[in-house]
Design a binder for this molecule. Structure first.
Ligand code: CP
Length: 305
């Protein structure tokens, strides 16, 4: 039976750890896994642009001895006249796995319902589970553990990376604080918070005070203030988010050995300053590299289990 990863909720704590362990093994001994997915094909559907997700999946498949095919239709809709379901059923006959980046989670769920091979969410407006697996791998590498660490997600608490950070980090035993403007639009979705708390047994803290919110943090995480599909709200967002910029003054309130993460692409001078991006606190390039390693672990786990 095949599995889909349509959101971070599709993986249990044990499965997260299993995939991280596998990713680490493959990263440390790439030669051993050079033909692990020989003859396998990943089909990559993109409705939105990407640098990291596209290239890291493609490079990862190559390194595992398999092959990836890119099919991109920017602006919505993968097919010209047929239904999404018909297209996905056909693609399931050509490939061993489908990875999709679509604007709406609803479309991701439709892809999952129609596919007869595993489907991986390569980002929707709601979730970014591959990003979180890479983030967890990075935090574990840098800190030597996950359980008991404190992560402060600073910025848009309602965006996809905030959701995936809450779900994935709480699942593996981290304390999560979301530091965001005092506005329901920029705050975590109460439904997601309730589900995170129920499955992890941990509370998600929400703070509107940037300095207090990052106090004692082992990890500070931020992302863009205007996500894909929110361009019309740009002016309003540019007024709301500046107090939540990750700059050296803000980082000074966290633990002295804290690490700073960003899923990239970053807008230097907006959500994060160059001073922090280029500082010893920053792990953003290692984090981006780990997209490939974590996805290799995930692909191996999905296709070879
Ligand atoms: N972080 C991330 O998903 O990057 P891309 O948009 O470049 O894929």
């Amino acid at each position: 039976m095949f599995r889909h990863i349509l959101s971070d909720f599709d993986l249990t704590r044990e499965e997260d750890v299993e995939i991280l362990d596998l990713s680490e093994k493959i990263k440390l001994r790439p030669g051993k896994y050079g033909d692990a997915l020989e003859g396998r094909t990943l089909i990559m559907l993109f409705e939105l642009p990407s640098l990291r997700t596209r290239i890291s999946f493609e490079a990862g498949m190559t390194q595992l001895g398999g092959h990836a095919i890119f099919y991109g239709v920017e602006g919505g809709g993968f097919t010209r006249s047929e239904t999404l379901e018909d297209g996905v059923k056909v693609l399931s006959r050509y490939g061993d796995c489908i990875m999709a980046r679509v604007l709406k989670q609803e479309a991701m769920e439709r892809i999952g319902a129609a596919a007869t091979v595993p489907v991986i969410n390569g980002m929707t407006e709601r979730y970014h589970p591959c990003q979180n697996l890479a983030d967890l791998l990075t935090i574990r590498e840098k800190k030597g553990r996950l359980e008991g660490l404190r992560i402060a997600y600073v910025g848009d608490g309602g965006c996809n990376t905030a959701n995936s950070t809450m779900i994935g980090c709480a699942s593996v035993g981290m304390d999560v604080t979301v530091v965001c403007p005092d506005n329901p639009k920029y705050s975590p979705d109460p439904e997601i918070v309730a589900k995170v708390e129920e499955r992890s047994g941990r509370s998600v803290t929400v703070s509107h005070d940037p300095a207090a919110g990052v106090e004692g943090a082992d990890v500070i995480y931020t992302d863009v203030w205007v996500s894909a599909g929110m361009e019309e709200e740009k002016a309003e967002r540019m007024k709301a988010f500046p107090p939540y910029q990750v700059n050296a003054e803000l980082v000074s309130h966290a633990k002295p050995d804290c690490i700073v993460m960003h899923c990239l692409p970053a807008h230097r001078g907006l959500e994060i300053t160059s001073e922090v991006m280029d500082s010893p606190w920053s792990v953003v390039i290692d984090q981006a590299e780990n997209r490939m390693h974590a996805q290799k672990g995930l692909l191996f786990w999905l296709l070879k289990k």
